[in-house]
Design a protein around this ligand. Structure first.
Ligand SMILES: [Zn+2]
Length: 459
């Protein structure tokens, strides 16, 4: 078996790992590179021939794992995309949204003339997405799915977002069948929305994500810090802006706010969900309840769209109107890393006033506007306009959808025998190195590899 790391090597986006075994070429995830320009440029040069692939195994719907699929199709890929049922449902609107963003980017480039290509082309269009969606094939959990006589895979719940799975592959070796496990993005088991990851089956090799390889997230699930920020802000007449990933995090936050209201930790103030995609994702959470772990009394789950306290905004006009009101409220909006979307105009309206607060509840990648705000940057621009930052900026760590180093180690320890070989991906440099050392310390005698972009490993 040969593995080639076409993405998420030394970085957290662009997950694409090519497996070549028993005459088959299978890609695990086909994610978009996001963040700094030099990474995003990689979306334009596919480092393998799309038409030669025999299929894609998709771990979950996040765009950094699925957002390259329509480009593959545009480049001639016509084979199946295997995933869980909720992932197929989430990808439908997430990929269409991604195509819309690509088309808007190209249009903007043509209007402003900044593109090298004339005319600028989108990476893919909604038509490419429609063709992509026809290739999705749902695979049930825990059952072996045969790719050839000797190459098989099976899915297990990963507890990261709705529909997320980790994947075990069984492949031929000279000494019988070998096994390799791809963690995909791994949850930490503390989510109040999604059930925890399943135990990993015994495997020879583990490809492990390392997003929080250098961090220990808070174990305390109390909502005191969150409710303090909300109360301080709204009682001084301010607005709380929460940038949140539309899929998973937005619902997790709705769940937390519902709990704070139920336990009277916060005042009764209106909560707005301002992201068409987050609304779609919320509906999906209500439909695929098998892996949901929510409190039955939390009304947003029963009536997520329109109750006295929770309201989902529909049109763009409603969203703009909300930015002009002075009534204290909480607004949850995307994108989670402030890279675009409706959260931009909420921030533009609220950042200059010290009464307001911004609460980050998710990972902010290097090079994103979210990371800049989080690290105290005062020279801040939105839509090419300078915006002064006077609102208070907070980060709450407990909502991470990823395992930290301790969670990852504890998860691996559930295998009767640790893997012989670890391959670390999906992390930034410091996180990868920290996790490498932790693994060597915990499982002496194992081998830990940190592959570089486009490097190959033969097994
Ligand atoms: Zn993810």
């Amino acid at each position: 078996m040969k593995l080639t790391f076409h993405g998420a090597a030394g970085t957290v986006t662009g997950s694409r790992t090519l497996i070549e075994s028993s005459g088959k070429k299978i890609l695990i995830d086909a994610g978009l590179f996001q963040g700094p320009k030099e990474l995003r440029m990689r979306n334009w040069t596919t480092s393998f021939k799309a038409s030669t692939l025999d299929g894609v195994i998709l771990t979950h719907a996040h765009i950094d794992h699925s957002g390259f699929l329509p480009r593959l199709v545009k480049e001639g890929f016509k084979k199946p995309i295997w995933c869980s049922r909720p992932s197929a449902a989430l990808c439908r609107f997430m990929l269409l949204d991604s195509a819309k963003l690509q088309e808007e980017d190209a249009e903007y480039a043509n209007r402003s003339g900044y593109s090298h290509h004339r005319p600028a082309e989108p990476l893919y269009t909604e038509k490419d997405v429609e063709r992509t969606l026809k290739l999705f094939e749902v695979v049930d959990d825990e059952e072996w799915f045969s790719l050839s006589k000797t190459l098989q895979f099976r899915f297990f719940r990963a507890g990261h977002i709705l529909g997320s799975r980790f994947v075990q592959l069984s492949y031929p070796t000279e000494a019988g069948q070998g096994s390799i496990l791809f963690s995909g993005d791994l949850g930490n088991g503390r989510s109040k929305l999604i059930k925890p990851p399943q135990s990993p089956p015994q495997s020879d090799i583990l490809v492990l994500e390392s997003t929080y390889g250098d961090r220990l997230l808070p174990r305390d699930s109390s909502l005191t810090e969150f409710s303090d920020i909300i109360n301080t802000t709204t009682r001084r007449g301010g607005v709380v802006v929460i940038p949140a990933f539309a899929v998973g995090r937005a619902q997790e936050i709705l769940q937390a706010i519902a709990q704070m209201q139920r336990e009277s930790l916060i005042d009764k103030i209106p909560v707005y969900l301002d992201s068409p995609m987050a609304l779609e994702a919320t509906k999906a959470h209500l439909k695929y309840t098998d892996e949901i772990a929510f409190h039955p009394e939390d009304k947003w789950m029963n009536h997520p769209i329109d109750t006295d306290m929770f309201r989902a905004l529909n049109g763009y006009e409603e969203s703009i109107t909300l930015t002009q009101t002075n009534q204290p409220h909480i607004v949850i909006s995307a994108s989670g890393m402030v890279t675009g979307g409706r959260v931009m105009h909420h921030l533009k309206a609220r950042l200059p006033d010290p009464k307001n607060a911004v609460v980050f509840v998710g990972y902010q990648a290097v090079g994103t506007k979210g990371r800049l705000l989080q690290s105290g940057e005062k020279d801040f621009r939105i839509h090419h306009e300078k915006v002064s930052v006077n609102a208070s900026i907070h980060t709450i760590q407990q909502f991470s959808a990823h395992a930290d180093w301790q969670d990852s180690i504890d998860w691996v320890k559930q295998m009767p025998v640790p893997p012989k070989k670890f391959i670390l991906n999906h992390g930034e440099e410091g996180a990868l190195e920290a996790l490498r050392l932790k693994i060597l310390e915990t499982f002496p005698g194992t081998e830990v590899i940190v592959p570089e972009h486009l490097s190959q490993i033969s097994i």
